[in-house]
Ligand binder design. Structure first.
Ligand SMILES: Nc1ncnc2c1ncn2[C@@H]1O[C@H](COP(=O)(O)OP(=O)(O)OP(=O)(O)O)[C@@H](O)[C@H]1O
Ligand SMILES: [Mg+2]
Length: 273
């Protein structure tokens, strides 16, 4: 078994990771949701997080985007140690996230949801600022168009939309604002075939734009189609990561279920976390 600090040739690089995480731990009372997790993401890299239900994937996302605070651990963004007090704090640093449980406002329309927490104003007078609805409508329309999301009536509140349409609004919002990193927690779990294909196109567009991405998915076809590297979570630990080109779906399933011990993988390929 490789030591926790060892690195394979495939990850050795002079380039600084966009995101580097070490020893990240979160326990809820007696539940060890995440223990001493290590992770890194290189510039432009698209990574998948896979693992069984309850493996700690969403906990990891909540910890690195300021929804919850870890018990311990270090999060580095472009080499700088960071600690986000809230998701807004993370968004201000260019990290956009689509959470597994969608954070959208049902009673607001599409532009209001897209600009939630970063509303555009015409007159900035502190608490008496005047919202610039026209600019928000126009920019929302262009964001939806860029990402290929089709919403018939943007003035409709989200209450009248399907789960898939809401998901598309959330993904268009994240893709439109993402500067440094985008994180998608099971973005297509509730989507039909056409919407899933659309979201996968959006992800490919982000790759072309060089925006690093983390996607959590149970869909291994999707994972192997989209990403460069796969990180395997098992029972609250990140047990290993594999370059897509050095693994296959059977091996990943074996790692997820415990049928394959990462220590048994070829030493020059295995990368301990
Ligand atoms: N707020 C909480 N309080 C107590 N336990 C929690 C809380 N949030 C998560 N857990 C527990 O932590 C573990 C990891 O949960 P998490 O949601 O991160 O799993 P996951 O890998 O995202 O699973 P899934 O694939 O089902 O979404 C689970 O055992 C879960 O029950
Ligand atoms: Mg989850």
């Amino acid at each position: 078994m490789l030591s926790p600090t060892s690195t394979s040739e495939s990850t050795m690089s002079n380039t600084q990771p966009v995101l580097e995480i070490s020893n990240l731990t979160k326990h809820y009372g007696g539940v060890k949701a995440l223990t001493e997790a290590g992770f890194r993401l290189m510039p432009g890299e698209h990574a998948a997080i896979v693992g069984d239900n309850g493996a700690g994937k969403s906990t990891f996302v909540r910890l690195i985007t300021g929804v919850e605070q870890p018990n311990s651990g270090d999060i580095r963004l472009d080499g700088q140690s960071v600690s986000f007090d809230s998701p807004l704090d993370a968004r201000e640093k260019g990290i956009e996230t689509v959470y597994q449980t969608l954070a959208l406002a049902e009673d607001l329309d599409v532009p209001a949801n897209i600009f939630l927490g970063r509303e555009l104003t015409r007159l900035n007078l502190g608490p008496l600022s005047v919202l610039n609805h026209k600019a928000m409508r126009e920019q929302s329309a262009s964001m939806l168009e860029t990402t290929g999301v089709k919403i018939q009536d943007m003035s409709e509140t989200l209450r009248g939309m399907s789960g898939g349409q809401r998901q598309c609004v959330a993904i268009a919002r994240a893709a439109g604002f993402a500067k440094n990193l985008i994180i998608l927690d099971e973005p297509t779990a509730a989507l039909g075939v056409a919407e899933t294909a659309r979201v996968e196109q959006i992800i490919r567009g982000l790759k072309e734009r060089g925006i690093p991405l983390i996607i959590i998915s149970h869909n291994l076809r999707q994972v192997f189609d989209l990403v460069d590297r796969i990180w395997v979570f098992r029972q609250g630990r990140i047990i290993c990561n594999r370059l897509k080109t050095q693994t296959n779906p059977e091996e990943i399933v074996g790692l997820i279920t415990g049928a394959i011990d990462p220590a048994d993988l070829p030493a020059e390929e295995a990368v301990a976390c």
